[in-house]
Design a protein around this ligand. Structure first.
Ligand code: ADP
Ligand code: MG
Length: 335
């Protein structure tokens, strides 16, 4: 289990991670959600000991990453920056990792097969597409058959097929009882993958709850109506004990209204309707509301590109034995 206790990281005046405390549960996919710059990558780097906390602690099964003797057997990670030397073949990259972590060589072919790279295993990774690079990164993460896997924005820049593949892989790993911790800046992505949610903004914990609970708390439904006879309709709704608030383009929205009931009410009073439609607040909207403060703070008022891919920061080499993330600082695949 990953456990964070008052974890804090400052870079000069920037508080990237601010007294973050939570545990990542076993056997489910936990989504680590926050707008760009919220501190997700920094938190993940601290979990892997690639960045030193300013204060607080993070442990894996009760120990710091650096204290694990064969870390790849506990936790496998795919971080944002590309983690493979471009001149190496996929096979050689995995072989080197396996050997430096005392993992049997036979496991290399197994993980190549698992991620569907067997056919290109002897090609230099320089020619790999973004999706192939991600698959190789995932193969590295799975090499030690770890109980915990951690992915930082794994679907960024992938095509729909690649995204679907990663989603199913994560669900499968959780179904095997593993701990899966995955970050994203997109609620829509988490809604399709995560069972549990940890939301952060400005480095602070904003929510820590099950996906089901998040949906229950945040799904608001309303009925939108539009009519040329506004006053008449409002009077009819009011008479039926329904409250309507102005919506877009001259429409009105009735909170928790029933579509059929409102349609029949209008008809029985001879009020013409030009629109009668159900409205569902999206989880994306709920997430935006939850993190609105942190986004405004970052950009001085305007919301920055939520859909822009998270920026990758250069990584410092980790301690031996090698973790895939220690490679390739500065090398980025063009896509
Ligand atoms: P996220 O992954 O959620 O987008 P990050 O962890 O990358 O967020 O960044 C959190 C904050 O810390 C941002 O303000 C970012 O600019 C800052 N930051 C991250 N890494 C560094 C670094 N190596 N040096 C200085 N500032 C950094
Ligand atoms: Mg990031």
């Amino acid at each position: 289990m990953i456990e964070l206790h008052e974890l804090t990281k400052r870079y000069g005046d920037t508080v990237a991670v601010d007294r973050l405390s939570f545990q990542v549960p076993q056997g489910v996919v936990t989504g680590f959600l926050g707008p760009n710059g919220a501190g997700k990558s920094t938190t993940m780097r601290m979990i892997l000991d690639l960045d030193r906390p300013t204060s607080g602690q993070v442990t894996i099964d009760g120990r710091r990453y650096g204290q694990l003797s064969e870390p790849l057997k506990y936790i496998g990670a795919l971080l944002e920056a590309k983690a493979v030397h471009p001149g190496r073949t996929a096979y050689d990259h995995l072989l080197w990792l396996a050997q430096s972590n005392r993992i049997p060589t036979s496991r290399v072919a197994e993980v190549l097969d698992l991620v569907g790279l067997t056919a290109v295993a002897k090609r230099r990774s320089r020619g790999f597409s973004l999706g192939m690079g991600q698959r190789l990164g995932i193969a590295s993460a799975l090499l030690g058959d770890p109980e915990i896997v951690m992915f930082d924005e794994p679907v960024n820049g992938l095509d729909p097929e690649g995204i679907l593949w990663i989603r199913n892989l994560m669900k499968g790993l959780a179904a095997e009882g593993r701990t899966v911790f995955v970050s994203s800046h997109l609620m829509s992505e988490m809604a399709l993958t995560a069972d549990h949610l940890v939301v952060i903004g400005r480095g602070r914990l904003l929510a820590n709850l099950s996906m089901a609970e998040f949906i229950k708390q945040n799904s608001r439904s309303a009925v939108r109506v539009r009519t040329p006879h506004v006053e008449q309709l409002l009077a009819v709704l009011h008479g039926a004990g329904l409250n309507a608030v102005p919506g877009p383009a001259g429409s009105y929205e009735v909170e928790d209204g029933d579509l059929t009931h409102i349609g029949e009410l209008a008809a029985s009073h001879g009020v013409t309707l030009h629109e009668l439609s159900p409205q569902q607040a999206s989880l994306e909207e709920a997430f935006m509301q939850m993190t609105a403060d942190s986004v405004q703070y970052q950009a001085g008022g305007a919301a920055p590109g939520r859909t822009a891919p998270g920026q990758a920061h250069g990584q410092t080499p980790g301690p031996a034995p090698a973790q895939p993330a220690a490679w390739g600082a500065g090398w980025k695949e063009k896509s």
